[in-house]
Design a protein around this ligand. Structure first.
Ligand SMILES: [Zn+2]
Length: 284
């Protein structure tokens, strides 16, 4: 994210210069993950919410942030997309909060505009975790990671890796094991999701690579764990890399219901026509 653009904005709006400065520092520190909400930022930096709202609106108008129409649960403040809220009410006639499970009726939600980092933020999160970059003019030949997509697999160096990361928004699902920060296309908008833990990445990568119907306890990272523990690991991971369609149905990870004592299994089954990319860092 460009420092110069913030400077220019501060010059254009001298009355907001102090808040712009604080918001910039906060967004840098907070990183590129997840939603940016006016009240969260305001309380964090101790600024007037109206000023913060005004700054975020201007950043969005300049293309530095993307704006999204959201609702939040008035009980626990869990956020959801407004479009999803309307769609679920229309299709299912009800919609429960994914956090506190209270029914989200029209009267039980607050409407708000939330913000997210745009594309440039992705190259920022690459930062130090991308390892030592090749020196100028000297492309690195060493294998840095493996790229697995709907079209095939290849082993690539660090420079090629950066090219793939720059293309993250072209995919419906982009799971990068270097940053462990998934990016999804949801209703035409890119969502940078919460960072996966190393175990969450491992279980997601195993499903995406094997394409087999597997119980969470039968994965490498889930073996030796109880059905509940391995299942919870899978659930938490899936929440970050998939889009929920209905109670048991998700877009990319298909459920194979357990029978009696046999636990539920899952399969990475991307719908026809979707594009996806998995990057697995080289272990060597
Ligand atoms: Zn709630």
């Amino acid at each position: 994210m460009s420092f110069a653009e913030y400077e220019r904005l501060a010059e254009q709006h001298p009355d907001l210069a102090g808040t712009i400065q604080e918001v910039r520092k906060h967004l840098e520190k907070a990183g590129s993950n997840g939603l940016i909400r006016v009240h969260d930022v305001a309380s964090f930096i101790g600024a007037d919410p109206n000023q913060v709202r005004s700054v975020l609106e201007k950043l969005a108008a300049n293309g530095l942030l993307g704006a999204e129409k959201m609702i939040e649960c008035s009980h626990c403040s869990m956020a959801a997309h407004h479009a999803e809220f309307l769609r679920r009410h229309e299709e299912d006639g009800e919609y429960a909060c994914t956090n506190c499970h209270r029914p989200l009726t029209h009267g039980a939600v607050r409407h708000l505009t939330a913000y997210r980092h745009q594309t440039e933020a992705l190259t920022d999160i690459l930062g130090p975790s991308a390892g030592a970059p090749a020196r100028d003019g000297e492309p690195s030949q060493e294998v840095y990671c493996r790229v697995i997509t709907h079209e095939g697999t290849s082993a690539i160096g660090v420079d090629a890796y950066k090219t793939w990361v720059a293309r993250a928004l072209e995919f419906d699902l982009f799971v990068d094991g270097v940053t462990r920060t998934p990016v999804l296309l949801v209703d035409g908008n890119s969502e940078v999701r919460k960072k996966l833990t190393p175990s969450e990445f491992a279980i997601v990568a195993e499903y995406m690579e094997s394409r087999k119907i597997t119980r969470p306890t039968a994965t490498k990272v889930g073996s030796g764990k109880s059905t509940d523990t391995a299942g919870a690991l899978f659930d938490n991971a899936r929440r970050k890399v998939d889009i929920k369609v209905s109670r048991y149905e998700w877009t990319f990870f298909r459920r194979h219901k357990g029978v009696e004592t046999v636990a539920t299994a899952f399969e990475f089954a991307p719908p026809d026509g979707t594009s996806w990319c998995l990057i697995i860092p080289d272990q060597g």
